[in-house]
Write a protein that binds this ligand. Structure first.
Ligand SMILES: [Fe+2]
Length: 233
């Protein structure tokens, strides 16, 4: 069941396509990211406090640990626990590490179910800088984003994007004057269409990392990419 559908005219898009942000009540609802005209689907959640506590413990006890990434075929998702072994235990213990493992396993499974991708690339990492501070699109078909700690990823609705400014090294040339910058909330699970989504080249969601450098903030972000969706080709 949808909470709301927010349609905005994508006047600068080829063919005048629309950009909609669709809210979901569950991961299964995120399936609607595939609908024509939908570019972003968001399942609003709050990050589990035990997981956040574990990440805080990691920052304090193992400040050099920055997370992990791997690329796998969907058929290998059953062995996910093997790939998570590098996630360290903490002195303070707690249930957060196990909860995070179960969370990642569930999200990978759900992501593969919704995307029907044959391959995926998972990255779970700590960032203390502005990382990708420039608005941009990515050459991926579908991306899952979930920020467990720190501010969420920022994005622009199509009506606020000057696409000719993308890649120009200046956010002021990308955000239409008077346009609004929107943010995913911490804990949200979002599916974004990227430029490699079949039929969507040049229409990927324009996004960037929020500004945290110099503010003493730390982000922990999960990213799962389906680089291609050959079942849709
Ligand atoms: Fe990106």
């Amino acid at each position: 069941m949808d909470l709301f559908v927010d349609f905005n005219l994508g006047l600068d898009r080829p063919g005048g396509r629309t950009f909609s942000v669709q809210r979901a009540m569950s991961f299964a609802d995120l399936e609607k990211v595939h609908d024509p005209g939908v570019s972003l689907a968001v399942w609003g959640r709050v990050a589990q406090s035990m997981i956040v506590r574990y990440l805080e413990d990691l920052e304090r006890e193992r400040p050099r640990y920055r997370g992990f990434s791997f690329k796998k075929g969907a058929a290998q998702s059953e062995n996910l626990e093997d790939y998570l072994v590098p996630m360290p235990s903490t002195e303070t213990g707690g249930l957060g590490r196990g909860m995070l493992h179960r969370e990642l396993r569930a999200l990978v499974s759900s992501f593969l179910g919704v995307s029907r991708a044959r391959f995926y690339h998972l990255r779970f990492e700590k960032t203390e800088t502005d990382a990708c501070r420039l608005f941009h699109t990515d050459l991926t078909a579908i991306r899952l984003l979930c920020t467990y700690k720190g501010p969420g990823t920022q994005y622009l609705k199509s009506e606020d994007v000057l696409r000719a400014g993308l890649g120009g090294g200046c956010n002021e040339k990308i955000v239409r004057p008077g346009g609004s910058v929107h943010s995913l909330e911490t804990g949200d699970v979002a599916l974004l269409k990227g430029d490699a989504y079949p039929g969507e080249f040049g229409n990927g969601v324009v996004h960037r990392s929020p500004t945290i450098e110099g503010l003493g903030l730390v982000r922990w972000v999960l990213r799962i990419d389906a680089p291609s969706l050959d079942w849709l080709d």
